[in-house]
Design a protein around this ligand. Structure first.
Ligand code: NAD
Length: 450
């Protein structure tokens, strides 16, 4: 079926009203949950094939992640979808205000390759919960997962309700030219701009989940052992190919050596003495991405790691010292297992340097001092993040997840997903029991209040 026909069929189905009842939405979410559970092994195999994700990583960051999101959404959906009463102003005496969440219609979801299952399914959960139909365009770089998504979703849903369009730039652009009602895009900043431009032609509401360089700050008073463990976890999960991975380390001069020594020990504990051959360590997605990352190893002084294995497309967890803000590795999002280190003396240097760059998607601060915590939270704008941890904010269904400025716009997860895929329709229901004549124009006195 052509892409334009698919969109037309979804529009027809949406306008039939079939997707509107809460019972229908809950039933579709239950089908999705059951299909994921029954095909879990296949999903894990596809993730192993595309990215060499270990079972533990694949479950915690992809399969388990979306299953708990479905559970959370199903538990709260009736409450979220109920029209909310709104207060009325004195001029509306006697009337009632209501905010009614309504689905947009056909939602287009374009997703990237790094968490290819989770980043396609998590927005789909929101689209279904809010009562939309949906078209998914997974990444062409993770073919096994893309074809699995197509098979899994076409088994449980008719294409006029939920469909997968596999392919790359061409298919993506054709989809962007269709009269869809909502676009949800996850990917790079550059493609985000293309998506927003396309959306502007039809004034389609758009959510952009983008990337960028997320700083990780370790202050002099931090609990260094915990910091080392949590930074290694956040940076080298999925071999650094995580949108919210700590991109670079800003560490207080007085604790740098100790922190790096601790990180070296933790890397060894997590991935063994030869991480490039570890079955628990993800590979780099493509030869092109691999060579881009290797080029970053030329500058600075490698203090941890540095080994590569082109035959397995792996790069050892690597830390590079003697890096400056002008180094090549500091000019773009790294998106791989390479962590540059820049030291500082005064926390004000950190604030000034981060604020001079695009607003990050995530920021991590390791410090026990509440004054330092407050200072950083108040002085730097970023999408979301953690104090004394990395990545974990993404796993809370109670925290809206998204970027700000160049790292994105809009948010999702939990109730925020429902809101992202809903239009909040404001309605004032007027009383007919009485009427204030002073609100109308009058030829007699010429008085008009409104
Ligand atoms: P990408 O922007 O290259 O691709 C994302 C999607 O857009 C893919 O489906 C791709 O086919 C499509 N696409 C690519 N070029 C296009 C074009 N010219 N026109 C229309 N569609 C196009 O991103 P990627 O390499 O797959 O993912 C990595 C990026 O995504 C990183 O920047 C990362 O930070 C970001 N990311 C963000 C989040 C988040 O939640 N904020 C999550 C994961 C990844």
């Amino acid at each position: 079926m052509s892409i334009s026909k698919l969109v037309q069929e979804q529009k027809l189905y949406f306008h039939s009203g079939a997707t509107r009842t809460i019972g229908f939405r809950l039933e579709q979410l239950a089908k999705l949950r059951d299909a994921i559970i029954s095909r879990e092994a296949e999903i894990m195999n596809s993730l192993r094939k595309d990215l060499n994700k270990s079972e533990m990583e694949a479950y915690s960051t992809e399969v388990g992640f979306v299953l708990s999101e479905i559970k959370h959404v199903m538990r709260h959906l009736r409450k979220w979808s109920k029209p909310q009463r709104a207060k009325t102003a004195i001029i509306h005496f006697g009337a009632k205000g209501k905010i009614i969440p309504e689905p947009y219609g056909v939602a287009l979801i374009i997703s990237p390759w790094n968490y290819p299952f989770q980043l396609a399914i998590a927005p789909l959960i929101g689209a279904i919960a809010a009562g939309n139909t949906a078209i998914l365009k997974p990444s062409e770089l993770t073919k096994a997962v893309s074809s699995l998504l197509s098979s899994l979703l076409s088994d449980i849903y008719p294409s006029n309700y939920v469909a997968v369009v596999e392919g790359g730039v061409e298919e993506s652009q054709e989809l962007l030219n269709q009269p869809v009602d909502k676009i949800f895009f996850t990917g790079s900043v550059n493609v985000g701009k293309i998506v927003m431009e396309a959306a502007s032609k039809r004034l389609v509401p758009v959510t952009l989940e983008l990337g960028g360089k997320s700083p990780c700050i370790v202050h002099k008073d931090a609990s260094l052992e915990l910091a080392a463990k949590r930074i290694v976890f956040g940076k080298y999960t999925n071999a650094g190919q995580t949108c919210i991975a700590p991109d670079y380390l800003l560490v207080h001069r007085s604790v740098k050596d100790e922190l790096l020594a601790l990180m070296k020990k933790v890397i060894h504990e997590f991935y063994g003495s030869e991480p490039v051959k570890s079955p628990n360590y993800a590979k780099i997605v493509s030869p092109k991405h691999y060579s881009r990352l290797i080029s970053f190893l030329q500058e600075g002084h490698i203090v941890i790691g540095g080994q590569v294995d082109p035959s397995r497309s792996t790069i050892e967890p690597t830390v590079i010292d003697d890096i400056t803000w002008n180094s090549a590795v500091m000019q773009e999002e790294i998106f791989g297992p390479i962590l540059p280190v820049i030291e500082y003396e005064d926390i004000s240097e950190v604030i000034q340097a981060v604020n001079a760059r695009p607003k990050p998607l995530a920021l991590y601060l390791f410090s026990n001092e509440s004054a330092v915590q407050e200072l950083i939270m108040e002085s730097i704008s970023f999408g979301g993040g953690c104090i004394n941890d990395t990545l974990m904010h993404i796993a809370s269904p109670y925290l809206p997840f998204g970027g700000v400025g160049e790292s994105g716009m809009g948010s999702y997860h939990g109730e925020s997903s429902f809101n992202t895929f809903s239009h909040m329709k404001s309605v004032l229901k007027q009383t007919n029991a009485f009427d204030f004549s002073f609100r109308y124009p009058s030829a007699k006195n010429g008085l008009s209040i409104i």
